[in-house]
Design a protein around this ligand. Structure first.
Ligand SMILES: Cc1cc2nc3c(=O)[nH]c(=O)nc-3n(C[C@H](O)[C@H](O)[C@H](O)COP(=O)(O)O)c2cc1C
Length: 206
């Protein structure tokens, strides 16, 4: 059964990135009627920040961990399990301060784990999440065209490509609804603004 992991990270329930992931999920379901969707709303249920106990537990051999260490890794284990189950991942991202929302970074810190999602071998680091596709749906107030001075301020796409690639997820597509500030200023209505991004999203799953 194909499985899609659907992640949202915007704090706003009426957000633009959420509207894009909703479209993606609906189109994906039409295409995969027997498929399973795992919903992970990081804004409603944020992952915990990693701390000293977490780092100590991760760098203790699995069979030597104390019950406290095992329990402390429960959140990480559960989030990694969801990721392992998924054939595809869709992540809704609100650009915050030129980067990803803090709750998405918390999730990343929990799922990047040596021996679980990456390993160090003779050839250096190796991602262990192979054969998965990721689609990243971004909303940003401004427009960040590659090769422009503004484009150099977009840390969302390069960071997510780097960290997903580190984990072995190299088939990554981005759709960006850039210029959302125009909607807030009333310069364009939301529907007109969203139309091209929604069409792009539908074409990805077609
Ligand atoms: C705290 C905060 C920080 C933001 N930082 C940026 C930014 O650095 N660059 C930008 O273009 N837009 C920025 N925006 C605007 C958002 O990217 C825009 O509102 C977008 O629609 C957010 O996605 P969402 O609608 O899915 O929440 C920021 C918005 C908030 C609330």
């Amino acid at each position: 059964m194909p499985t899609l992991l659907h992640i949202d990270s915007s704090p706003l329930q009426s957000s633009i990135s959420r509207e894009l992931t909703r479209e993606f999920v609906n189109t994906w379901k039409e295409k995969n009627p027997s498929g399973r969707v795992i919903d992970r709303d990081l804004s409603v249920a944020p992952a915990k920040p990693i701390d000293q106990t977490w780092i100590g537990a991760v760098y203790t051999a699995e069979d030597a961990r104390t019950p406290e260490q095992v329990a402390h890794l429960g959140n990480s284990d559960a989030l990694i399990y969801e990721l392992e189950q998924a054939d595809e991942i869709v992540i809704g991202v609100a650009m915050h301060n030129f980067s990803i929302p803090a709750v998405l970074k918390l999730w990343i810190d929990q799922i990047v784990r040596r021996g679980k999602t990456f390993s160090y071998g003779a050839n250096g680091p190796e991602g262990l999440l192979k054969g998965k596709k990721a689609t990243i749906l971004v909303a940003s107030g401004g427009v960040y065209e590659a090769g422009t001075p503004a484009g150099a301020m977009n840390f969302v796409e390069p960071y997510l490509r780097a960290i997903l690639g580190f984990l072995g997820i190299t088939e990554v597509k981005f759709v960006t609804a850039g210029g959302a500030a125009q909607v807030m200023m009333g310069a364009i209505d939301r529907e007109t603004f969203l139309k091209p991004a929604l069409e792009q999203v539908r074409s990805l799953t077609a």
